[in-house]
Design a protein. Structure first.
Length: 308
């Protein structure tokens, strides 16, 4: 529906002003903070995307995915029997089999997500992107995080972008597809909105801010624009599309602010792992530290949270 795309206008000063206000929101305290942090844990895509990833550190990541918070801390909060795990484990395609086997051995049903489609640059031929997606699904990935070709956005080739994402969606088969827009490289908030709409029209289950490898990753102005695109798409079609901010989210306070923003813009029904994820590799450590302080009244020493 190119009619939607041609009429898009984003009031950038208003969006930036709103984003500055978001940063000043007062955070929750006490038991409420602990509850919000545990909710954030269930929405984390626990990620390792390094060139030196090995089967052993992927197994370690999977253990942490099943046991994100120390058992004694959960018992103190009376949450030890609620089955709290992260939302997914995210790895490169070559490490998908390691993750699937580790999670199977641990006896849990956490999905494995794989980046694909020329991650992180997107500068590979479409045939290669589709082959990579199919291989990741064949290896056992239940979620695929694809990355778009930024050049198609920057040159206004919206039908070309739609067709690329549509073919990627087809290659995913039964796997859920998250479309990474790499918003820090799209040039404007209007392009972010348009790319969000095209990605949803082409069948994306989620839209995601960043690869985590760009200079600018998840920001609140971008989050506001993407969530309002999701809201308009829901109003027009009745289809709920998920949202995933990723890259640079490292503190518990930031995680809670993103949750609060989703609640304000999209509603409480979006605050589930099915419709909201946080892409993060180091965020869980700070969340566990905050919960440790809430339970014990003292700050954790390095050996207190060895698996963090």
């Amino acid at each position: 529906e190119l009619g939607w795309i041609s009429k898009v206008h984003v009031n950038q000063p208003a969006v930036v002003r709103h984003a500055e206000q978001i940063k000043k929101w007062r955070t929750v305290k006490g038991n409420w903070q602990a509850a919000w942090l545990l909710k954030a844990v269930t929405c984390i895509d626990l990620t390792t995307l390094s060139g030196d990833d090995t089967p052993s550190n992927v197994r370690r990541l999977c253990f942490k995915a099943k046991h994100p918070i120390r058992e004694d801390l959960l018992k103190a909060l009376d949450m030890h029997d609620k089955g709290i795990t992260v939302g997914a484990v995210c790895v490169y395609p070559a490490r998908v089999t390691d993750a699937v086997n580790a999670l199977k051995a641990a006896g849990c049903n956490i999905p494995v997500a794989s980046v694909a489609a020329g991650f992180p640059s997107g500068q590979t031929p479409l045939e290669t992107k589709l082959a990579e997606i199919k291989l990741a699904v064949e290896y056992g990935a239940r979620e695929i995080d694809i990355v778009i070709s930024r050049s198609l956005v920057l040159t206004g080739q919206w039908e070309g972008l739609y067709e690329e994402i549509r073919q990627c969606r087809e290659a995913c088969g039964e796997a859920h597809m998250k479309t990474i827009l790499a918003t820090g490289e799209l040039g404007s908030l209007a392009n972010v909105y348009k790319a969000s709409m095209i990605a949803m029209m082409a069948g994306s289950d989620f839209i995601k801010t960043s690869t985590g490898k760009e200079v600018e990753n998840a920001t609140f102005p971008v989050g506001v624009v993407m969530m309002r695109a999701i809201r308009e798409f829901y109003w027009q079609t009745g289809n709920k599309v998920g949202f995933k901010p990723a890259g640079g989210i490292r503190t518990a306070k930031e995680a809670i602010t993103w949750l609060m923003l989703v609640k304000e813009e999209l509603g409480v029904e979006w605050l589930t792992p099915e419709l909201f994820r946080l892409g993060a590799s180091s965020l869980l450590e700070d969340i566990e530290k905050q919960i440790f302080y809430h339970v014990t009244g003292s700050y954790a020493l390095q050996h207190d949270l060895a698996m963090a």
